[in-house]
Design a protein around this ligand. Structure first.
Ligand SMILES: [Zn+2]
Length: 290
């Protein structure tokens, strides 16, 4: 009997010692609520902006653990490529804590949308954050009607409706003021486009399994201006759910020799919701840090 007890203890201790040491500080666990995950992001950003980052989950043990088991990120974040800083630093998170999708202008084209859907459907991320940033070059190029070449016109066309919205909201705004409003309008527009185009995101938001929020990162202070949920999220959800599913992309015609292939997907025509730039956010968890 005594020998059997000793053997059981040895097995138990062995399991304990060999278990991967994954710090629980910021990694999302199964079933983590959206507001809980969002609070971790807000707390992390507050630490980063204050110069008090803790750099969690960044060591070899965490690397080994994430290589062995697919992590469940706290959040999928659709951010802009030229925001100068890795998202893990902005939110003081570590390996596997953030599912980062980055593209100039943080637009949600088919590839970005597919990446976001993978994160929420396969990795069960409880938060989806659309993150613009101050002084965004992509939004600025769209606002200034910059002459661009190659594939850039397609990208800027996705941002132009946000610039038009900002101009409609503030007809006298120009320069930096217009840019700031357009950056915010672009975040709202991308959030709306995601809801309209993704049945998976709609389903999870409606079920309360996914928190879709927006924010604007300040290049100078390091702080995120949290915008919360889309002010018209309820209306957009209802309106999008009534629409038939988005048509599948048509096959692209064969490119003419020497020309870039045409994109087969359609360009967003902009929001149907006439939303003022400073509209209060829809009901969302109380921000821990503003
Ligand atoms: Zn940018």
């Amino acid at each position: 009997m005594k020998r059997r007890l000793c053997a059981a203890l040895v097995v138990a201790l062995g399991l304990f010692v060999s278990a991967p040491a994954v710090p629980a500080e910021s990694a999302a666990g199964p079933g983590m609520a959206g507001d809980e995950a969002l609070k971790l992001l807000k707390d992390g950003n507050a630490r980063y902006a204050a110069g008090q980052s803790t750099h969690p989950n960044a060591g070899g043990e965490r690397r080994a653990a994430t290589a062995k088991n697919t992590p469940q990120p706290l959040a999928a974040i659709l951010g802009c490529s030229d925001a100068r800083v890795p998202l893990e630093l902005v939110f003081d998170q570590g390996l596997g804590d953030i599912f980062a999708v980055r593209v100039a202008g943080n637009v949600a084209g088919p590839d970005e949308l597919a990446s976001v859907e993978y994160a929420v459907a396969q990795l069960d991320t409880p938060v989806l954050l659309v993150l613009g940033h101050t002084e965004c070059g992509a939004v600025k190029a769209a606002a200034q009607n910059a002459k661009v070449q190659g594939s850039l016109p397609f990208l800027l066309n996705q941002i132009r409706p946000a610039v038009a919205k900002a101009r409609a909201w503030s007809p006298t705004a120009s320069g930096d003021e217009l840019l700031d409003k357009a950056i915010k309008a672009n975040v709202w527009l991308v959030m709306e486009n995601i809801i309209r185009k993704s049945a998976e995101v709609r389903k999870r938001v409606q079920q309360g399994r996914l928190l879709l929020v927006g924010g604007v990162y300040d290049l100078h202070s390091g702080q995120v201006n949290w915008l919360g949920a889309h002010p018209d999220q309820g209306k957009i959800l209802v309106s999008a759910s009534k629409r038939p599913a988005a048509p599948k992309p048509r096959p692209a015609p064969a490119p003419v020799q020497g020309e870039a292939p045409a994109r087969s997907d359609t360009v967003d025509q902009g929001s149907m919701i006439d939303l003022p730039p400073d509209a209060p956010a829809a009901a969302s968890p109380a921000p821990a840090h503003q």
